[in-house]
Design a protein. Structure first.
Length: 89
């Protein structure tokens, strides 16, 4: 008798990747709480709100107002420097 069903069940029960953050939500950060050695802070110098998606992590960074500061993952920092209205702090 074949036990293929048992192997299929075991395979389905293996750990699946867990998303820690929904793609549709935009997190807001307190710069003092989240700043660490892996983050770089950027300041928004534009006139309206801006959402930028990190080219490496895919994380969404939301700048709501002129002068808004956001911690940016160090892997996304080089791409953020190409945005004219963002300035590295």
């Amino acid at each position: 008798m074949c036990n293929c069903g048992k192997k299929r069940t075991e395979h389905q029960q293996q750990a699946k990747p867990v998303m820690t953050q929904s793609v549709t939500t935009t997190p807001t950060y307190n710069v003092n709480q989240t700043q660490n050695s892996q983050n770089t802070v950027f300041e928004y110098t534009g006139k309206t709100a801006l959402t930028v998606i990190g080219n490496i992590t895919g994380r969404r960074y939301r700048f709501n107002n002129p002068g808004d500061l956001q911690p940016v993952d160090y892997r996304d920092a080089s791409g953020m420097m190409a945005v004219p209205v963002l300035r590295k702090r």
